[in-house]
Ligand binder design. Sequence first.
Ligand code: SF4
Length: 285
Amino acid sequence: MSLTNARPVPSAEPARKVEAARKVEPARRTRKAETELGRKRRARRMARILAETHPDAHCELDHGNALQLAVATILSAQCTDKRVNEVTPKLFARYPTAADYAGADRAELEQLIKPTGFFRNKTTSLINLGQALVERYDGEVPGRLTDLVTLPGIGRKTANVILGNAFDVPGITVDTHFQRLVRRWEWTDETDPVKIEHAIGALIEKRDWTMLSHRVIFHGRRVCHARKPACGACTLAAACPAYGTGPTDPLAAKLLKGPRARDLAAAAGADPDLVPAQAAAADVP
Ligand code: SF4
């Protein structure tokens, strides 16, 4: 850095704060006067930034086919994806088909999925799912929303996960992170998940629905946390009406999580060296 500037900057931090304040101004302006078209344009701009920010976004539940994804999604209720992924290799090897779940020994199945919590209810769902698939769909997971939502343990959210990731049918996954973020970003003020799904579906092109879901969820897990979002190290700051909900100085980089935390800091103009080593290894919720 040059030391010969005519107007000295006392330290890097105030300069960065000024930059952050400058960055956030457009988002604040949008808050009162935003039209429907303006909201759509802003949402699509944010979606493009999310695509650049999270090129690694994907379904974080390990699976090799639609049945495995259905099972993993049922297990993911009230449980981290990481924990589910620890349990499923053994489970999938032991129960490769819907008929295997239909005829499962309850005690054995319970034991295998116990680490995911609520294992008795989840065991019931898996056995009932296997039976329904065998009885009504020749043991195959159907590829239509209207069929999927009739299956035990499969709600609309799970059905959209399965459609988007196992059948390549665009789907919006309104999980807890997705709900929180799209409301925080003022993409919608709906609270009902189905209404949120329709509202976001009207803003974003259908072909992008599945990947948008992954990217929003990635952002919620790694950057835009519920209690203390990393606003000062967030690539969406300039377009986000909630900028300032969390700390806005570059030290916010300490709040980033996941193996790409340093990359995320750099992409937002924050110093990657501020990201603690353990953040990269930390579990994302
Ligand atoms: S971290 Fe802050 S700036 Fe980024 S999306 Fe969340 S609220 Fe907006």
